[in-house]
Design a protein around this ligand. Structure first.
Ligand code: ADP
Length: 363
């Protein structure tokens, strides 16, 4: 198990990571470190790899304090955004690179035949059997990242660190490769931390997501819980929620100015977080709104609407409809709140003035 306890990393005056506490429990667990650009994700990853000194806190792997372990003896695999393969080596040569250098506990190098067997095993694992003799030059972006992953896994690292491993790839390939990467690291049973700023990449890859904002961990949760129950407004905003409404929860129903929705939360005050899909066209819905703009997407209508009766007056929000709904700009429509697409921030009533925070108040 990897454990970070209260680690802090500074670059001069900049506090890039502050009091970060995290765990990657056991084998085959994938933790995503998700946050906006500049939030300190790479810094935390580099600290774990031993590439950045920590000003406070501790990092242990399998109970061993890594402070005393030099970088090359940590047995941590690294994969970067652009793979960084050796251009003059073949695919097999790249994968074998770490094996040729590694020594076992007795200080002996792995025999060549064994290295070849291990390379073949890794090629098979990443779905690239037969690619061994190929030059890396002609590989597609996705293939190159698979080779980088195989190279990192070859010496059987105790931990794998992936830094934005898919962000150089185009969207469609990214989602497919994200699922494959997840299968590969879980099959190999290597605990993994993946750094990303991309919500869906984190959801595809990870068992749990840690949200890092301004160098601090705000929440660690399973993907489903993160979107359903963001810990605070900073997390909710980063996840794409754009407006916040005070609500009162009683017996599993949250009531707010836009109506009532079913929630899985204890009785008491809460804040509903509204995103692009939280309001949906409903002919008899309780919310009256004016359509500001409309985009027709393959899966339905995406609207921007001006909603009356919000705490600050009128507010601009996102809403959705089906391809069978009518909604032209300027038209007055009825909407209902969709509780399944609304986040809930438990505890702590928002101040009145801030209730519309994030949505653009109008009129
Ligand atoms: P992320 O990976 O989330 O984009 P980083 O960990 O790269 O964020 O950076 C966190 C903060 O630390 C940023 O403010 C960045 O400008 C700063 N930073 C990163 N690396 C250095 C460095 N080598 N020297 C000075 N500041 C740095």
């Amino acid at each position: 198990m990897l454990r970070l306890t209260g680690i802090t990393v500074r670059y001069g005056e900049t506090l890039a990571a502050h009091d970060v506490t995290l765990e990657v429990p056991g084998e085959a667990h994938v933790l995503a470190l998700l946050g906006p650009s500049g939030s300190g994700k790479t810094t935390v990853l580099r600290a774990v790899a031993g590439l950045e000194p920590i000003a406070a806190g501790s990092i242990t792997l399998g109970g061993e304090d890594l402070a005393a372990v030099p970088v090359h003896k940590r047995r941590i695999g690294l994969v970067f955004q652009d793979g960084q393969l050796f251009p003059h080596k073949s695919v097999a040569g790249n994968i074998a690179y770490g094996l040729a250098l590694a020594k076992d506990d007795a200080g002996k190098r792995m025999p060549r035949a064994e290295q070849e067997g291990r390379v073949a095993e890794l090629l098979d694992l990443v779905g690239m059997s037969g690619f061994g003799p190929r030059r890396v030059h002609g590989l597609s972006g996705g293939e190159a990242q698979r080779v980088a992953l195989a190279r990192a896994l070859a010496p059987r690292p105790r931990l794998l660190l992936l830094d934005e491993p898919l962000s150089a790839l185009d969207r469609g390939l990214r989602d497919r490769l994200a699922t494959d990467v997840r299968d590969i690291v879980t099959k190999h049973r290597t605990p993994t931390i993946v750094v990303t700023h991309d919500h869906s990449e984190a959801a595809f890859l990870a068992d749990r997501i840690a949200v890092l904002i301004d160098g601090r961990i705000h929440q660690v949760a399973a993907p489903r819980d993160l979107w359903r129950r963001p810990a605070d407004r900073a997390v909710a905003r980063f996840l794409g929620f754009e407006a916040f409404l005070d609500a009162d929860v009683r017996h599993g129903v949250a009531r707010c100015v836009l109506g009532a929705v079913g929630v899985d939360a204890p009785d008491g005050p809460a804040v509903l977080a509204l995103g692009q899909h939280s309001l949906a066209i409903a002919p008899h819905g309780p919310v009256t709104a004016t359509v500001l703009s409309r985009v027709v997407m393959p899966d339905g209508l995406r609207l921007r609407v001006a909603v009356d009766g919000m705490p600050g007056g009128r507010a601009e929000l996102g809403a959705v409809g089906t391809l069978h709904d009518d909604a032209e700009p300027g038209q007055v429509i009825r909407l209902g709140l969709d509780g399944r697409r609304t986040g809930l921030i438990a505890q702590g009533r928002a101040p009145r003035e801030a209730a519309l925070d994030g949505a653009r108040a109008r009129g």
